[in-house]
Design a protein around this ligand. Structure first.
Ligand code: ADP
Ligand code: MG
Length: 495
């Protein structure tokens, strides 16, 4: 559904985002104070961050490298010359009285992120720019009945502001964009993307208009800190704007806040314009000039990014789109999978990846290991089953050493004991029974105990086949090769 329909006709929704992504770096953008999260208030504050008179900013070149890397990963143009500007405003948690930002000459221009659409295709969400700026501190209002406290730990941390074009048309596209962006930043290791810790935040600009007419007036919803809340905020805001327009009103260009408890947005202030900030070139910093060689060197360090990896997993490993995207979504999961794959591929064929093994491994990771992780409340990096051990376990299934059913038990034992799968299989005698004689004798025994049911089966009660399989499996303690058991049972029943 492309447009929204109301009694007065169709509406198109337009959304653009300004994503603030904290740069992963040990030190702040213009000072050497630490960026460590979760320490005591005001522990990570240098004279520069506190804006003591006479101190000067010095640029942290690692933050520049990280931003260049982000720009390349997001397909942007890296500008060889950019400069910093002062954005002036008063706020208690901004001791300088201005934020050092980039206004008309950002370090990165253009770029795009490709998102998957609901119809299974791809859509490009274009970026306007990525500029570098300082984060502000935090005011804390809930610690004292009449006073507010200021924590400057965050003050001066490098922030990349990633501004999209107004290219998104519904909340689902926004959610897909943010998931994809976060995944790319994590692959690049330039922002940890933790929205709950505030290291990635988004301002959401929303407007509605009649199809084939100019865009409507946008409303900006500030600093929403989870993708789920962003989706709710958009849904609320779209309805609010359409109701106003349907009843003949106009939309004010304003900044609103989202309240998670009520699911509503509230006016914060009327929207300020660029001139309200009295931007001017930052006199304490020279223009930022980059050498092409530096950019080329960083380009060489860009890892394989999520979309390319999904496509390769589908093409080279034969994974389904679902498995490939599930595994690739988090870089730790993709790393785990590839480690498991590499550690065990050589056994079968040193030159080519075995597609059956790759698919089976994907399935065991996404279904069995994920459910163990979920049950224990662990993330993949806390998995008590190593990548090597998962790969080895799947190889034992693939090579018919154990059945899939037994393998589930082995997986749990690995989780509990840390032992490797081959050892567990030997110690507990779990090796699959593949001897025709042994399986046939278990079957004959089972059938002889249920002569009445065998008769019923022969009279057409086909369902009993499974019952016989179960009985014979019991006799082999679940270790009979299931395929052989089926084949031999068929033969015996037709005798
Ligand atoms: P500001 O800092 O004033 O908010 P920016 O240029 O940084 O301005 O950001 C503008 C944001 O608003 C961009 O993400 C852009 O895509 C989005 N935007 C612009 N026009 C519209 C519109 N009519 N409807 C929705 N979003 C819009
Ligand atoms: Mg804005």
């Amino acid at each position: 559904m492309k447009y929204l329909q109301t009694a007065t006709g169709e509406w198109e929704v337009v959304i653009g985002l300004e994503v603030h992504a904290q740069v992963i770096s040990n030190a702040k953008l213009f000072s050497d104070a630490s960026t460590k999260f979760g320490v005591a208030p005001n522990e990570n504050v240098s004279f520069v961050d506190a804006a003591l008179p006479g101190v000067l900013p010095t640029i942290n070149s690692f933050c520049i490298d990280q931003t260049i890397k982000t720009g390349i990963g997001l397909n942007g143009t890296i500008n060889l010359v950019s400069h910093f500007d002062r954005k002036n405003y008063f706020y208690a948690d901004l001791p300088q009285g201005y934020q050092i930002s980039q206004y008309d000459n950002p370090i990165i221009s253009n770029g795009y992120v490709e998102i998957e659409t609901e119809d299974g295709g791809y859509k490009k969400i274009n970026l306007e720019r990525i500029h570098l700026e300082q984060d502000a501190g935090k005011s804390i209002h809930d610690q004292h009945p009449t006073q507010s406290y200021i924590d400057l730990n965050r003050c001066g941390i490098g922030l990349m502001e990633i501004v999209t074009k107004p290219d998104m048309r519904n909340a689902a596209e926004v959610s897909a964009f943010l998931h994809q962006l976060r995944s790319i930043l994590r692959y690049l290791k330039t922002c940890d993307g933790n929205m709950d810790e505030g290291s990635m935040r988004a301002d959401v600009n929303v407007s509605v208009h009649r199809p084939e007419t100019p865009y409507g007036t946008r409303v900006e919803i500030k600093n929403v800190n989870s993708i789920k809340f962003i989706v709710s905020a958009i849904d609320f805001e779209v309805n609010r704007q359409i109701e106003i327009l349907d009843s003949g009103g106009v939309i004010d260009q304003e900044t609103r806040l989202f309240d998670a408890a009520s699911g509503k947005t509230f006016v914060m202030r009327s929207k300020e314009d660029a001139q309200d900030y009295r931007y001017f070139p930052e006199p304490d910093l020279p223009p930022l000039r980059l050498q092409q060689s530096r950019i080329d060197a960083i380009r060489a360090t860009i890892p394989e990014l999520p979309r390319a990896k999904v496509q390769r997993f589908q093409r080279e490993l034969g994974l389904s789109f679902y498995d490939a995207t599930t595994i690739v979504a988090e870089v730790e999961i993709a790393d785990f999978y590839e480690k498991a794959l590499v550690a065990n591929s050589n056994d079968i064929n040193p030159d080519a990846v075995d597609e059956d093994f790759a698919k089976l491994l994907a399935n065991w990771l996404v279904v069995e290991l994920f459910s163990l992780l979920n049950r224990n409340g662990n993330s993949i990096s806390e998995s008590k089953v190593s990548a090597e051990n998962l790969g080895e376990l799947v190889m034992l299934i693939k090579t018919d050493v154990i059945s899939g059913k037994i393998a589930k038990d082995v997986l749990t034992i690995i989780w509990e004991t840390g032992k490797n799968p081959a050892t567990i299989v030997e110690e507990q005698g779990l090796r699959q029974i593949t001897s025709v004689e042994a399986i046939e004798s278990a079957l004959r025994e089972a059938l002889s105990e249920h002569i009445d049911k065998v008769a019923e089966y022969k009279n057409g009660k086909d369902k009993l086949f499974g019952f016989f399989v179960g009985q014979a499996m019991k006799k082999t303690e679940g270790k009979a090769n299931p395929q052989m058991l089926n084949d031999i049972l068929k033969k015996l029943l037709s005798e």
